[in-house]
Ligand binder design. Structure first.
Ligand code: GTP
Ligand code: MG
Length: 197
C-alpha cells in the first residue's frame, strides 16, 4: 500500500473529542522519545506532519491524521517520561488508556520499543495490559539504524522471547528505522491487510 495523502485533522485532549466519523484507525504508543511521531512521518513520506523533537515529551494530545481520506493514523503522547511531574504523567496515562479501551474503531495499537534496550518493566507492563485487555497490538522496534544488523536481530529475539514467560503466542513485530526508511512496506502492508479484513 502507498500513502497518497496524509493530513492533520485534530489534536484532542480526550477520547470524546476525537473524530466522530467512525473510520478505522491505527495508534502509535511507546515511551517518550522512542520515535512515534518520526515513524508516522516516515510512513506518510511527510517530514513535518507529526511534530518530533530531540527532547522527550513533545506529543501531549491524541493526534489524528487522515490517510487517503479513508483511515487514521493516531500519534499518542509517550508514557514513562521521568522528568514529568507525577500528576501530569498520571493524567496522560489515563488519557492514553481510556482512548485505547473506549475507541471502538481502533484496529491495532503499534507499541514502539527502542531496539537498543533490553526489555524495560514499563514497556512490558504496557504490553501485558494490552494483552489482558484484549486489544489487538503489534510491536515496532525503532531506531534500527543505531545498531548493526546482527546485534539488532539478537536484541529483537531476546525481547520477543522474554514474552513467552507469560504469553503463549507472540504478537507480530516489525523492525524499523525512520532515518533509513526501513520497515515501511512491512508496516503499511500489515495495516492494509487489517483494512481488508
Ligand atoms: P514524544 O512525542 O516526546 O513521546 O516522542 P516520540 O516518540 O514521538 O519521538 P520523536 O519521533 O519525536 O523522536 C525522538 C527523537 O528520536 C528525535 O530526535 C528523532 O529524530 C529521533 N529518532 C526517531 N526515529 C529515529 C530513527 O529511526 N533513527 C534515529 N537515528 N533517530 C530517530
Ligand atoms: Mg511524539
Amino acid at each position: 500500500m502507498d500513502i497518497k495523502k496524509a493530513q492533520f485533522v485534530i489534536s484532542a485532549p480526550t477520547v470524546s473529542l476525537c473524530p466522530k466519523d467512525n473510520k478505522p484507525e491505527f495508534a502509535f504508543i511507546g515511551r517518550s522519545n522512542v520515535g512515534k511521531s518520526s515513524l508516522i512521518n516516515m510512513l506518510c513520506n511527510h517530514k513535518g506532519l507529526a511534530k518530533t523533537s530531540a527532547t522527550p515529551g513533545k506529543t501531549l494530545l491524541i493526534n489524528h491524521f487522515i490517510i487517503n481520506n479513508e483511515w487514521y493514523l493516531v500519534d499518542l503522547p509517550g508514557y514513562g517520561y521521568a522528568k514529568r511531574s507525577k500528576t501530569v504523567q498520571d493524567k496522560l496515562d489515563k488519557m492514553i488508556r481510556s482512548y485505547i479501551l473506549q475507541r471502538e474503531q481502533l484496529c491495532n495499537v503499534f507499541v514502539l520499543i527502542d531496539i537498543r534496550h533490553e526489555q524495560q518493566k514499563i514497556d512490558r507492563e504496557f504490553v501485558d495490559w494490552l494483552g489482558a485487555s484484549g486489544i489487538p497490538f503489534s510491536i515496532v522496534f525503532t531506531k534500527a539504524d543505531k545498531l548493526g544488523p546482527v546485534k539488532a536481530k539478537g536484541n529483537v529475539k531476546q525481547w520477543m522471547d522474554a514474552l513467552l514467560d507469560t504469553w503463549e503466542t507472540l504478537p507480530p513485530y516489525f523492525i524499523t528505522s525512520s532515518e533509513k526508511k526501513t520497515g515501511k512496506d512491512e508496516v503499511l502492508n500489515y495495516i492494509d491487510e487489517i483494512l481488508k479484513e
